[in-house]
Design a protein around this ligand. Structure first.
Ligand code: DGT
Ligand code: CA
Ligand code: CA
Ligand code: ZN
Length: 606
């Protein structure tokens, strides 16, 4: 039970209470607690186990919530939640979580139409029963239909960042078994995809039963889906499936290559192997015999053609001790058999990697340690949780040379956006703080909204004084493609704007990107010498991998930013790095691998 699970439990309680039309203050207490717990840097279990500390010392955690956290940590559940669950039909929660729905609408649908499942809801929408209800309408019904699909997708796949937490727990658990020689999580996790369908765990060990037994003891496990001689699949309480395979050392590299995928990458590789008279599979790379090459599986024909001896029979291309086995211990060895270089997993998507390899131009992908600064973050002045000084201290601790403080502009009133006067006060404070530092600089920035009607949310003379102006679309995301594109193009034409943040506005599995002509944005950004962001928040990762690669082709410098709203929020940069690597980006392609003085020159040159 980690902090994220506790937070999710409190969110569920809040949803169910809200569905029951409970006291809004009570609902909010659970929601706030969930948010605070998500932001904690320390495990709750550690605080609870420490006799010198109290859970009630935490912000927003009163006596009642502390007791519930204790109950959850001790028993894995909360009696009050179980009561709520038994009082409310199971499908209701799934309904509540549909984008654009919420507990109020779900409760109305339940009351008026007796709907308790997504399937029933879809049917009711398709029969136009939903739009007939008071307070719903045609548009809402359409939104709900689209939301059902998004919600279904969200259920199937997990953010990489979330999967990574589970992977770390899983590996620590498996490492207790001393007989494991090598172990890797392959699949989409290793390729750094933004969402993960399931985990593919590979283990190099002799005693497969011992490995499978150990997996069976993973405390997160809910069910064993299947178990064979060397294979096992389990499902975790949090829904994620894990596929385990135990392989011998001579196959480990081949299995790692095979199960890392992607499928498309493997298809190309298999074709290249065939062309060389080789067979590649999860056991190794094998020399194919003549009959197998000329007409696999139909030896009679091969005999007629006189190319093979009649006693020929298909060899076992799984036997790593056969004379046909030529590679499989390491991935390097497997690729080398095809005269290919080792590919970083993030680019194994059958996009550019084979062409790059053929040209001898595999890019040296960017790494986290290449980043020297962070140019997008918030403080308590708008909707951040840490002060300017705290953000600076945390950034120094993480080895950054510089940060830009980019709180929201006035339009984002919900986040207490800064007007020119408050912004200038913040900049005075930045001046004072900067005098305290020798090798660290705080830059005066702003995340300025692009207004719904077009134009920037702050006057040009204010923007002109900033070191770093981010332009963002937060409102009017439902506008038609041309309108949104024009707003962004307008911002790119503003001489003070440096960069567009989260250029498509998507929230992975939760909100589709707004309609924007990205190609027009790239063309304009290149023309005006602007930067584009990879927002590293694991729910955003915007630009995505494909768009980042396209931006690079346009020669647009990318900035990887945390968009941190707390000190721990600064740590998300590594997810942005994964996305950049998937886009084939090098340190050269990313601006904040350079000292600020260089970025400043890039800004002036345009
Ligand atoms: P996921 O789990 O949906 O996030 O995505 P992956 O890529 O992890 O897919 P998964 O778990 O179905 O399979 C893991 C890898 O195993 C996949 O990337 C490539 C390999 N693989 C699975 N099935 C096939 C197949 O039918 N042919 C080939 N060539 N490779 C396969
Ligand atoms: Ca997988
Ligand atoms: Ca799998
Ligand atoms: Zn921001």
């Amino acid at each position: 039970m980690n902090n994220r699970d506790v937070a999710a439990t409190f969110d569920e309680i809040a949803d169910l209470l809200e569905f029951q039309d409970a006291n809004p203050f009570r609902v909010r207490a659970y929601r706030n607690a969930a948010r605070r717990i998500n932001d904690l840097t320390e495990p709750l279990a550690k605080i609870a186990a420490d006799p010198t500390r109290e859970l009630t010392d935490l912000d927003g955690i009163g006596k009642d919530l502390a007791q519930k956290i204790g109950e959850l940590l001790d028993t894995g559940s909360i009696a009050m939640l179980e009561e709520l669950r038994s009082a409310i039909p199971g499908g209701v929660l799934a309904m509540v979580r549909i984008p654009g729905m919420g507990p109020k609408k779900a409760a109305a649908l339940h009351k008026e139409l007796g709907i308790t499942s997504l399937d029933a809801l879809r049917a009711a929408c398709e029969a136009d029963q939903v739009q007939a209800l008071k307070g719903f309408g045609k548009k809402t019904q359409e939104k709900i239909l689209a939301g059902i699909d998004t919600a279904a997708k969200a259920h199937e796949r997990m953010y990489w960042a979330h999967a990574d937490e589970i992977v770390q727990e899983l590996l620590a658990h498996m490492r207790q078994l001393k007989d494991i020689r090598q172990m890797e999580v392959a699949g989409s996790y290793r390729r750094g995809r933004e969402t993960i369908g399931d985990l593919d765990l590979l283990v190099d060990a002799d005693d497969a039963d011992a490995v499978m037994d150990q997996l069976g003891r993973f405390e997160e496990m809910a069910t064993v889906l299947g178990r064979g001689d060397t294979k096992m699949s389990i499902r975790l309480g949090r829904g994620l499936q894990i596929d385990l395979r135990v392989v011998p050392s001579k196959s480990f590299g081949a299995a790692l290559q095979y199960f890392t995928g992607s499928k498309d990458h493997n298809v190309v590789l298999r074709g290249m192997a065939k062309d060389r008279g080789l067979r590649i599979n999860e056991y190794g790379v094998f020399r194919a015999t003549v009959a197998a090459v000329s007409d696999p599986g139909r030896k009679g024909k091969a005999v007629e053609a006189g190319v093979a001896d009649p006693s020929y029979s298909e060899p076992d291309y799984r036997d790593v001790d056969s004379p046909n086995y030529i590679a499989g211990r390491t991935e390097e060895e497997v690729y080398a058999a095809m005269e290919l270089p080792w590919f970083p997993p993030e680019i194994r998507e059958a996009r550019q990697e084979f062409a790059w390899a053929a040209a001898g131009q595999l890019p040296k992908l960017i790494e986290l340690t290449d980043l020297v600064g962070d140019l997008h973050m918030h403080t308590t002045a708008s909707d951040g949780k840490a002060s300017l000084r705290e953000m600076a201290a945390a950034a120094i601790q993480r080895g950054h040379q510089y940060i830009a403080i980019t709180d929201h502009s006035p339009r984002v009133s919900m986040a207490n956006g800064l007007n020119p006067q408050r912004l200038r006060e913040q900049w005075d404070e930045i001046d004072r703080l900067n005098r305290e530092f020798d090798d660290f600089t705080i830059l005066k920035g702003i995340e300025c909204d692009i207004l719904e009607k077009g134009g920037m949310d702050l006057p040009d003379d204010v923007l002109a004084e900033a070191d770093w102006v981010i332009a963002s679309v937060h409102y009017g995301q439902q506008q038609p493609r041309e309108q949104i594109t024009d707003r962004i193009l307008g911002a790119l034409e503003n001489p003070h704007v440096a960069i567009i943040a989260h250029p498509t506005g998507r929230l992975i599995s939760r909100r589709e990107p707004y309609a924007v002509d990205l190609d027009a944005v790239f063309t304009a950004a290149a023309k005006h010498g602007k930067f584009l962001e990879i927002n590293a928040n694991p729910a955003r990762l915007d630009l995505d991998d494909v768009a980042s690669a396209a931006a690079k082709r346009h020669g647009i410098p990318i900035v990887i930013s945390s968009d941190a709203h707390s000190t721990s929020g600064l740590d998300v940069l590594r997810y942005g790095i994964l996305q950049a690597r998937r886009g084939g980006l090098t340190a050269e392609d990313v601006a904040n691998t350079r000292p600020w003085a260089k970025i400043k020159r890039m800004l002036r040159r345009r």
